[in-house]
Design a protein around this ligand. Structure first.
Ligand code: FAD
Length: 318
């Protein structure tokens, strides 16, 4: 059966959820072969095997940690040359998209970014994308070379499918030209204890209707009762009520959770661009004419200061 390369996104061997989603999608088009670069393959390999990796190609070198993406592209290209896959799947993070783009140029293939679904096609894998601020979905296929496809987090529900997942060492030579940009320092962000916004299965976002930084704990309370990440509209971010790292939308982050709850957000097109592919959308807005109600699955017309605490209490009591 044809093999599909899956680039593993991990932190010291702790495999991030989008990679498990990639393995699930990869099985629709072939046999997943995981590519694990850097430390921690002993930790990662059993998890990758549990989710369908028939093989794990591993390489570790100081360059993967010391330099930006180019050494990883060298290694992914080595894996590509070794396997000749029918497709290469990478998670749609900023780093993932850069790696994918560089690889596609090197191997002379087409690239599809930010896919929200993937299926097998007679002439190669077909990717679904959400375009024009999520006003349309398109299905496309690469016509030259093995497609390199980046997939948005939460595009698929993770399914276990145990496979052999034997680790094989990958011989990699990092080119001098790949050492152009060195990482000089790393500052870990203070953790809120909440899931990463772009990976969270549930996101609760607040907008201008929250009416002040001092009221955002209401949004955080609902998020915490659901184990969700917190998002914010640009209006709330521009007002200084919540950090820009939490902004959802065209100039913020793009999220695609199972459940997106928007409180006090009108639903401007630039906000929709970042959340419209969410599976279920709930809005709480006191204006029944707010445009957000055009795209919701469930809408509550009401004052968020009454509705959100009641919702939190109800969720917490269960
Ligand atoms: P508003 O549009 O002011 O809506 C507030 C809503 O809260 C209203 O519908 C109101 O009825 C409701 N409300 C008020 N009080 C309550 C209450 N007590 N209870 C319930 N509901 C209440 N925006 C983004 O979000 N993300 C982006 O990435 C982004 N990028 C942009 C890029 C460009 C180039 C431009 C031009 C704009 C961008 N914007 C972005 C801004 C966008 O156009 C909107 O201005 C913004 O999304 C509005 O935020 P909001 O919905 O919180 O505020």
């Amino acid at each position: 059966m044809a093999e599909v390369l899956v680039y593993v996104d991990h932190v010291d061997g702790a495999v991030r959820k989008p990679t498990l989603e990639l393995l699930t999608l990869a099985r629709r088009i072939g046999e997943p072969v995981a590519v694990h670069l850097g430390a921690g393959v002993d930790t990662a390999a059993p998890v990758l095997a549990e989710h369908g990796a028939v093989k794990v190609l591993a390489a570790d070198a100081p360059e993967f940690a010391d330099y930006l993406v180019a050494p990883k592209v060298d290694a992914l290209q080595a894996a590509y040359d070794a396997v000749s896959p029918v497709a290469v799947l990478v998670a749609s993070s900023a780093e993932g998209k850069e790696i994918a783009a560089r690889l596609a140029v090197r191997i002379g293939s087409g690239i599809i970014t930010d896919a929200i679904d993937l299926e097998a096609g007679d002439e190669g894998p077909i990717a679904t994308q959400s375009v024009f601020a999520a006003a349309f979905t398109t299905k496309s296929r690469v016509t030259k070379g093995a497609p390199v496809i980046t997939v948005k987090p939460n595009a698929a529900a993770v399914e276990a499918a145990p496979a052999a997942g034997a680790v094989e060492q990958l011989a990699v030579t990092v080119a001098d030209s790949s050492k152009g940009t060195k990482i000089v320092s790393r500052t870990p962000r203070e953790s809120s204890g909440r899931p990463e916004l772009t990976e969270a299965a549930i996101v609760v976002s607040g907008g201008r209707g929250v009416n002040g930084a001092e009221n955002f704990p209401i949004i955080e309370g609902l998020a915490d009762s659901l184990g969700a990440a917190v998002g914010a509209s640009r209006a709330a971010v521009d007002a200084g009520w919540y950090p820009h790292t939490n902004q959802v939308g065209q100039t913020g982050k793009s999220v695609s959770p199972q459940l997106y709850i928007a409180a006090g957000i009108s639903g401007a097109i630039q906000h929709r661009a970042g959340m419209q592919t969410s599976k279920t959308i709930v809005a709480i807005n006191k204006d029944a004419e707010a445009p957000i109600f055009d795209l919701v699955d469930y809408g509550v017309v009401g004052d968020l200061f009454q509705v959100v605490p009641q919702l939190t209490e109800e969720v917490t009591s269960r």
